[in-house]
Design a protein around this ligand. Sequence first.
Ligand code: IPT
Length: 995
Amino acid sequence: MRLKNYYEDPDILHVGTTKERAYYIPQKPENLPSKMLLNGDWRFYYGEDPEEIPEGFYEKGYPSEEWHTIPVPGCWQNYGYDTHQYVCNYYPFPYRPPYVPKQNPCGAYIREFVLEASSIGKRQYLNFEGVDSCFYVWVNGEFAGYSQVSHSTSEFEITDLVTEGSNTLAVLVLKWCDGSYLEDQDKFRMSGIFRDVYLLERPQNHIQDIFIQAKLDDSLKTGVLEANWESTEGDLEINAVLQASDGNILAEEKVNAGCLRFPVDDPVLWNAEQPRLYTLTLDSGEERIVQQIGFRKIEIIDSVVYLNKVPVKMRGVNHHDSDPVTGFVMDREQVLKDLALMKQHNINAIRTSHYPSSPWFMEMCDQYGFYVLDEADLESHGAAEFYGGSREETYGDVIQNPIFYQAVQDRVRRCVHRDKNRTSVIIWSLGNESGYGVSMEDAGRWVKEFDPDRLLQYEGSIWETGGHKNDTSMLDLYTTMYDSTFDIEKYLNNPDWKKPYMMIEYAHAMGNGPGDLEDYQKIFDGNPRVFGGFVWEWCDHGVYMGTADNGKAKYYYGGDFQEELHDDNFCMDGLVYPDRTPHTGLKELKNVLRPIRAFLKDKENKEVELENKMDFTALEDRLYIHYTVEQDGAVICEKDLYPLNHPAHEKRSYHLDYTVPSSGICTLTLEYKTLKKEDFIEKDTVVGFDQFFLQKGGHKIKTTDSGSIRTEELKHYIYVEGDDFTYRFDKYAGAFDQIICSGCIYTTKPIQYNVWRAPTDNDRLAKLEWQKAGYDRIQACVKETEVKQLENAVQICVSLELAAAHIQPCVEAQVQWNVYADGTISTDIKAERNMEMPFLPRFGIRMFLPKSFSEASYLGYGPMESYLDKHQASRFGRFSAKVKDLHEDYIKPQENGSHYHTYEVSLSNGTGDQIEVYSEDTFSMQVLPYTQEELSAKKHNFELEEHTETVLCLDYKMSGVGSQSCGPELKEEYRLKEERMNYQLMIRFKSLRRK
Ligand code: IPT
């Protein structure tokens, strides 16, 4: 069909839409609905470009019966049309603003709706809450309008176009428009009507836009609720009622003037911990608008952000609207699930990256208590990516292009107007990664003038391009993304930089990570000027493609749809899997954000200091402490403690009551549990914990020294035999390759020296160096082997080097293997690292045990995987698990399931055989059904094949994981880079069959 080309005309953003307004759903008297939801199955015709759409498809009576149907809301790529593409910051089409490809996939939608006779004479407003990317609308064959800005509401008054009885609504949606240059967000690029569509039936004269502000004086004791509105046809008498949360009427007044002021004495304040809301009802007799509003005051005093005079911090996450089945579509149930999970993990803030979520999303945040950074639907990141492009050079090319000036204003204003009555919104954002220029500055000035009571931020303002001198005076915060803790300190130490500092993105949660949450939190908490941050990001974006033969869900990411241009698995960077199962990273975040922090002040006197990290809640109103003392992982004492009189932010000391036994590793664990049921959290739920070592001290291992041991050394092998065992030592491998004890074959492969791990997403740069150094294909090069007879054991001493073909050694080692008469093997590994080579992913040994060894038990940090820099969610204790459950199933397989700070691990086969490994000092342990090679090789978790044996890694150390997939380099202290490494292990074989 032929169309008026609005979609490549940046001067035409909307045709026939009403003036942008605040979101509300009006009610009729007697609570009759004024809203007719038009969601459901619509008839659908897909075209590769608008020419393919039948001419006149929008006419009433057009024969569309044969068309397929598609759900609205929905993204057509999820229903077999067009194809999925995941790109982060590239424009998916040639860069020729404002033009888009001629081949512009599009969808024609048709549905009917019926109006009763009673509706005629009323005003009818057609609302679309989200359509990607632009759309044309016809009602009964007449053109009703056009709109763009995917994540904003477009409202059309169609009063004159409708009739009693059946009406035809037709919509043509185009995949690309000039607005796509401003919607280059990191996401799967999906299209269609993806949010609610509805008709509002309203009286002739009604409130159009309304701005409600709950203001507080400086003492916070006097509040004033102010509302200002416009009505469609002048004077409109409104009965206004203000109610407290218990329903009590606080004020009531008839007003004509379009504004009201209700003073409220000593208002109950809103905050994310106690989201108390008042209800304002504006009733014209024919229509009622009900809005829930909270009193809160946000301000900056001496570079510190205060909410209600309390310094608060954003403990936030970035939230995209994303679901593996429904794509951009998120209904209330899906959102509620996300919000519930966030509350359960101590998250108090959300950045709606990089566009406003559904308008009712913010209402839910008001209700359940989240601080929201509401971001305009604006990103032109691709401008830094075209030929000759860079952030330094061309970042601002789109934003500074005068043809987009109006569009930038429109996008920012639409966001602010729609959500201006939402208490939860405390920060506006001009957008994400678009460079900076006059258009942004003007948009920012408008926001501050229109709504001075909220904060304004825009990270992209730190980039100066195109000869433009940036004016950032209207921005309240200095915001960055992915700064290292060192960068933050640099900012804080510069006396010229006065704005509060906030990280709109940090701790990139891709794959196994983030490993730096605790370090960031320390610097956030330690500096009042730091207003916290938002972890990137909430969920992995994948597309659900059914179930694989092994029963696993298949989630596709970039490249899986054969897209030529894509960003691989960079979309798999969430704290939750696509189905919302938490990653270990989310559990890590939960404990980093725990509402109490404890310090063992005086070990002798059993005195702990508790710091209430909540901003508004006294401890005694929410939590009690359950504490346990464990000896070698066994509970020897447990008690409850109920703090009293412990206000928010305060530190107070408490005496605990326990005795410490004279031996063993003893820990004290304090768990913070809820006193009562909360919205999303049951009573007695552990919301965080702290743990302290009361007594260290590893294992002294005894071996029997009686019994005979025979040895025989041949060219390739050394045989070591006792009464109940036969071991073979491979002189080429420098380790045992056959272990048979009490009739059980423990291994038939050489124990390997190991420096490799399946690269994590965060290793994406480090791994390039590691591969150059040959760490992924290391060989043990034995220099010398010597057998010695000790008093009670046989000792095999090996000196060896580890090196890959054609590469110099990265490690030189002296290893002693002792075999005792009871079959116990001990090893003492002394190694020196080649300091010219990169830090090591790990250093240790690897054993292959029969698959039947599938039950594990360990004394170390668990039950979650734990690393040098990622062990806040795990605690020291004794844990048992099936080997298959020790694997963390990242969508893109990678190193996982290691356990930091382990003293003991044992594996048993269910028929009475057991291998136990101990050390006097700690080591890192990993036991998995997969090899590191398999985890390195496969692109998706559902492709993983279990190894024929159980793989046991016993590492001197494993490097930390960090967050370098998009963040700073792994900190020095988390790298395995020491020159000398030394550790000992005792390996014991036990059989129930053996007496
Ligand atoms: C930054 C983006 O703002 C965000 O949308 C996302 O792409 C994230 O990082 C990475 O997952 S952009 C970054 C490439 C600097």
